[in-house]
Design a binder for this molecule. Sequence first.
Ligand code: ATP
Ligand code: MG
Length: 573
Amino acid sequence: MSVESRADNDGETQHAAPNFLRNQIRDEIAAGQASTIVTRFPPEPNGFLHIGHAKSIWVNFGLAEQFGGRCHLRFDDTNPAKEEQAYIDSIREDIAWLGYEWSGEIRYASSYFDQLYAWAQHLVREGLAYVDDLSPDEIREYRGTLTEPGRPSPYRDRGVEENLDLLERMSLGEFDEGAKVLRAKIDMAAGNINLRDPILYRIRHAHHHQTGDKWKIYPSYDFAHGQSDAIEGVTHSLCTLEFEDHRPLYEWFLAHLPVPSHPRQTEFARMNVNYTVTSKRKLKLLVDSGVVDGWDDPRMPTISGLRRRGYTPGSLRKFCDMTGVSRAANVVDIAMLHFAIRSDLEDNAPRAMCVLNPLKVVLTNVSADHSESFEVAGHPARDDMGTRRLPLTREIWIDRDDFMEEPPKKFFRLAPGKEVRLRNGYVIRCDDVMKGDDGEIEALHCSVDFDTLGKNPEGRKVKGVIHWVSAEHGVPVEVRLYDNLFLEEAPDRDKDADFLEHLNPESLVTVEGIAEPSLAEATPESRYQFERVGYFCADRHASRDGKLVFNRTVGLKDSWAKIQQKQAQGAQS
Ligand code: ATP
Ligand code: MG
């Protein structure tokens, strides 16, 4: 990631929205309450990262960077049954791609298992933890409800020696999964249910991707998280609001264990985006059920999916900046995401022409051996992007949508007897419409006015400009037109309904296009503005029949659609 685009996005930019965490840390530093900021991003390696995680990454890495601190990457790997090395690899790759560097080595909560176990023994010795033989269902029942206090387990008053012995035997695999747990001894009547003797360790006879078969018991999230923060000297443990009720427990552990530091937990609201889902479980379901083509399908809100779709790291950071950080739950309009990438590509994507719905045009006054090409800018405002060559030949392709046999008013494109300019080339006039037996238009016969290169034709005003590609030199490509994956703004609003019912059947439409010759050189992940069409990104895989594939990132703002809308409204009123 280049230095300019970083500076542009991690500081406050013209689009920056309020960020209470940034203000809070700034105030702490001003008041001398904080000096070196240490944050951490703690993913569970049980899925790919999504746009919500991008927010958390931006929060944690961004604040550390802004205040000259450090941010750790720590895998919260306490649940081996759901975790995989492949997820670890994808998460590292995504964070690096976003342009962030974690401080030091990658960390794992599992590296602290020895220390956590020693601290569990410490709590037992202090009379603050006990081994419970109740079953998971019984534990739930004894815990009580929001309105009723819990009841103590009959095993709550076991002696220290017995607890230590049972804990050790649990760790050695002497008991079955679910037979026993280690619980903190806090307060079964606490108003906050998290303090009603929370579980510290569960028996799991699972192979762990980092620690192998060493452990038969695994710490709970609550027991691992805060202490891992403390071991690492994290100063600001920033997490999402669902952990607010866990904060008293987080603090209880820090107060009752000989931890080397006292991090502070602060919560912020999760970021949700409409027309998509950001639950790993649901994303995994989309993958496992084959609705999408893997975690990095360009319709997925995963970082790897957005990357394949054509999003840039800078655009995702800008999006995070635009949407800010608050404690109020919020749903961000996906249009903001589109805005963030469109404005980036507007400035940074080279231009090219590609016809998505080809209609043959024969230029009747251009000879079959005509040899001419136009040298045109890669980007109208960026000399550094060089030039490209557009060969003109007797036969060219234009887009079917750019021709109408009976055009309405304000259709400034091609129609019988009408003129239009070929983008970067001459003005042509449509003389004849060639139809097949079925009445379908097969080709147009047009003539070129050779006196119009870079200038207006004599005495006529030609308003329309259309894109085109030489039939002889054009490159056949597969173009994937992506749209929102869901038709419903909040596909998972109704908890009981199946969110898959709201899938957009047209979230992917594949067409065979013809691209200008320069696109034959497109490298994977290179992004273009297909003039008059939208922004596209070269996929890293070829199509089944070996063609280059371009994924539509986002459309251009479509003024014609607006005019049509206005006309339709006008007709109604
Ligand atoms: P789960 O724990 O159910 O697997 P998760 O989304 O919480 O899912 P984690 O891997 O635990 O996944 O998340 C890592 C970090 O990213 C956590 O600190 C979490 O709070 C944060 N995070 C996850 N989703 C969002 C979101 N939508 N907005 C902001 N932060 C998020
Ligand atoms: Mg989580």
